[in-house]
Design a protein around this ligand. Structure first.
Ligand SMILES: Cc1cc2nc3c(=O)[nH]c(=O)nc-3n(C[C@H](O)[C@H](O)[C@H](O)COP(=O)(O)OP(=O)(O)OC[C@H]3O[C@@H](n4cnc5c(N)ncnc54)[C@H](O)[C@@H]3O)c2cc1C
Length: 493
C-alpha cells in the first residue's frame, strides 16, 4: 500500500517535493497557513494588475528541467532568457549600466569606467566557472549524514580554491577591478546570501558566473506565479490534496516517531511520513519546541535581510525602466555595513525594481505597467516597528520618480505595501527575514539545519533554510535531496 506523506506548507520546495513523490506513487496531502499556494513565490492580484509578490528572477533554469524530467512530465513552463539581464543605476550617474551576457556588449557599458574591462571580466568569470563546476556536484547536490561525511566530501574540492574561503568577495573584486562601479555591481549577489560582500567569502563569486555566463536570468511567460500554478495543477492531477488556511502549531509523538501534527483549530493530521516546508530552523523551535532552536538561539543565528515591498500599478509606460533594475546610492560600504542592524529606515535607500509587464503585457491593463519595488531592510530583531511604512514607501517612490523623470504619485492607480511584519505573519518567515538563514560558512552544508530530523525518523524538511540553501533553484534541489532521503528510508514504491 502506498505510504501517506503530509507536507506542511506549499512553497516551491513543498510543491516540487509533492510532485516528485506523487509521481513515484506516494499519496500526498498538503496543509498551508496562507489562503493560496506558493509561499514567498506568490501573487497579488489587484485592480486589474497582477504582481509577482516575491521572487522575480532565477538562474540555473535547468533545475526546473530536471524536476519535470525526473517525473516524466514535459516542462510546462515557457522560459525566455533576459538580456540585458538587469540594469544598475548609481545615484551619482544618470546613465544606467546595462548588464549584458555578451562580454563585448557588457564591456561597452564599462567604457570610461573600467579600463580593460573585458579582459578582467573574462578572468573573473573563468575563476568563478571553475569554482562552480568543481563544487556543485560535491557540495550542493548531495545529502550527507554527518559533519565528518560533509568535510570528507569537501576534501574532493580542488585545493586551489581554498584561498577563496578566507578572502572576502570584496577583496577578490578589488583585486580584479579598479572602479567602484564594477566592484559594487558584481558584489550585489552577496546580499542574496544574507551578508555583505565585505564578509562573504570569495567562493560565492560563482554566482556571478551562473548569472552572466552559465545560465543567465529567465522570464517565465505569464509571470513567476505560473510556476506555482503549473505545479499545483500537476500535483492535483496526481491526486495530491491541498488544504489552505491551516496552520500547524504542535506535534504529537511517541518515542522516535511523529504520530500526528495538530493545527491551530485542534484538528489532527496523520501520515506515515511528514515533511516541513516551514522554515527548518524556526519550525524546530516554534513547533517542536527544541531547546537548540529557542527564540534566543534563533535570534543568535545569522538571517538574510527582510523585504520591504511596494506593488504599484501605474498608468502609462515607463521607458526608463528595464525588466530588472537596481537603484543604488553612492555610499556603498557604509550602507552595506549598517543596513543589517540599523533600527531606522534608511534615508537614502538602495532598492530593486521589477517591471514584469515589460515582458508579460497581460500582467497590467493595456497602456499600464506593474511596478514591484523591493527594498532589503533589517529584520524584525533590529527594526520591529514599521509604523513609518507609508513615509518610507514615499521616500523610495520620491527617489524613484526623480531618477526616472516621472512623478509616480500622479500616475499611480493602485498601491500595496508589505513590511517585514506582513511577510512574517503571512508565511511564518522568521523575524521577517526574506531569504531565510544566511549562508556564512558556519550555516551551510552540515552546519545548516538538516533535511532529516535529528530525533524523529519520519520527519524531513525542504526549503530555503535547510540544505542546500535559499533561492528558487536551490529549493528545487532541496526537493530532490529530501526525496532521495525518503526513498533511501522507505524504498521506491
Ligand atoms: C521579497 C522576496 C524576493 C525574492 N526574490 C527572489 C528571486 O528573485 N529569486 C530567487 O531565486 N529567490 C528569491 N527569493 C527567495 C525565494 O522566494 C525562496 O528561497 C523560496 O521561494 C523559498 O521556498 P520554500 O520552499 O522555502 O518555501 P516558502 O516560500 O518559505 O513557503 C513555505 C510555506 O509554508 C507555509 N507555512 C509555514 N509555516 C507553516 C505552518 N506552521 N503551517 C502551515 N503552513 C506553514 C508558509 O505560509 C509558506 O506558504 C525572494 C524572497 C522574497 C521574500
Amino acid at each position: 500500500m502506498s505510504k501517506k506523506v503530509l507536507i506542511i506548507g506549499t512553497g516551491l520546495g513543498a510543491l516540487a517535493t509533492a510532485l516528485r513523490l506523487s509521481s513515484r506513487g506516494y499519496s500526498v496531502e498538503m496543509v498551508e497557513k496562507y489562503h493560496r499556494a506558493g509561499g514567498r513565490l506568490n501573487q497579488l492580484e489587484k485592480d486589474g494588475f497582477t504582481f509577482d509578490m516575491g521572487p522575480s528572477f532565477f538562474s540555473m533554469s535547468y533545475e526546473f528541467e530536471e524536476l519535470f524530467r525526473s517525473c516524466n512530465i514535459p516542462n510546462p513552463l515557457q522560459l525566455e532568457a533576459l538580456d540585458p539581464v538587469y540594469s544598475v543605476r548609481f545615484a551619482n550617474r544618470k546613465k544606467p549600466i546595462l548588464i549584458y551576457k555578451d562580454l563585448q556588449k557588457l564591456a561597452e557599458e564599462f567604457l570610461g569606467i573600467e579600463a580593460d574591462f573585458e579582459v578582467k571580466m573574462k578572468a573573473y568569470l573563468l575563476a568563478a566557472k571553475k569554482m562552480f563546476h568543481d563544487t556543485e556536484d560535491i557540495v550542493i547536490r548531495k545529502n550527507f549524514n554527518s559533519r565528518i561525511d560533509y568535510l570528507l566530501k569537501l576534501t574532493r574540492v580542488p585545493l586551489r580554491h581554498s584561498p577563496k574561503m578566507f578572502r572576502s568577495m570584496w577583496k577578490e573584486l578589488s583585486n580584479t577591478f579598479q572602479s567602484e562601479e564594477a566592484r559594487v555591481i558584481f558584489s550585489l549577489v552577496a546580499f542574496f546570501l544574507g551578508s555583505t560582500p565585505f564578509h562573504t567569502p570569495a567562493v560565492y563569486s560563482l554566482l556571478t558566473y551562473t548569472e552572466l555566463e552559465h545560465d543567465g536570468y529567465w522570464n517565465v511567460k505569464g509571470g513567476m506565479y505560473r510556476i506555482v500554478e503549473e505545479l499545483q495543477r500537476l500535483n492535483t492531477e496526481r491526486g495530491v490534496k491541498f488544504h489552505f488556511n491551516t496552520e500547524i502549531t504542535s506535534v504529537q509523538t511517541t518515542g522516535g516517531e511523529i504520530n500526528s501534527f495538530v493545527d491551530s483549530n485542534g484538528k489532527i493530521w496523520t501520515a506515515d511520513i511528514y515533511i516541513s516546508n516551514s522554515d527548518a530552523a524556526a519550525f524546530r523551535g516554534k513547533v517542536l519546541k527544541r531547546e537548540n532552536f529557542s527564540d534566543k538561539k534563533l535570534d543568535a543565528m545569522e538571517w538574510t535581510l527582510a523585504p520591504f515591498t511596494i506593488y504599484l500599478g501605474v498608468k502609462g509606460k515607463i521607458p526608463h525602466l528595464n525588466h530588472h533594475n537596481y537603484f543604488l546610492g553612492s555610499n556603498f560600504k557604509e550602507y552595506a555595513e549598517t543596513i543589517f542592524k540599523t533600527s531606522v529606515s534608511p534615508e537614502k535607500p538602495y532598492y530593486y525594481v521589477n517591471v514584469s509587464s515589460k515582458s508579460n503585457p497581460e500582467c497590467a491593463p493595456e497602456g499600464c505597467e506593474n511596478i514591484f519595488i523591493l527594498c532589503p531592510v533589517p529584520d524584525l530583531r533590529h527594526k520591529p516597528d514599521w509604523s513609518d511604512s507609508n513615509n518610507f514607501a514615499n521616500t523610495i517612490l520620491q527617489d524613484l520618480s526623480n531618477r526616472i523623470d516621472i512623478d509616480l504619485d500622479k500616475v499611480t492607480l493602485t498601491k500595496t505595501i508589505l513590511t517585514p511584519l506582513d511577510w512574517q505573519n503571512q508565511f511564518n518567515l522568521y523575524q521577517g527575514s526574506g531569504l531565510g538563514l544566511a549562508h556564512g560558512l558556519n550555516q551551510v552544508g552540515a552546519w545548516r539545519p538538516s533535511n532529516k530530523d535529528e530525533k524523529f525518523k519520519n520527519l524531513f524538511y525542504v526549503g530555503a533554510s535547510t540544505t542546500p540553501g535559499t533561492g528558487l533553484p536551490m529549493v528545487v534541489i532541496s526537493s530532490k535531496l529530501v526525496m532521495e532521503r525518503i526513498e533511501k528510508d522507505y524504498g521506491s514504491l
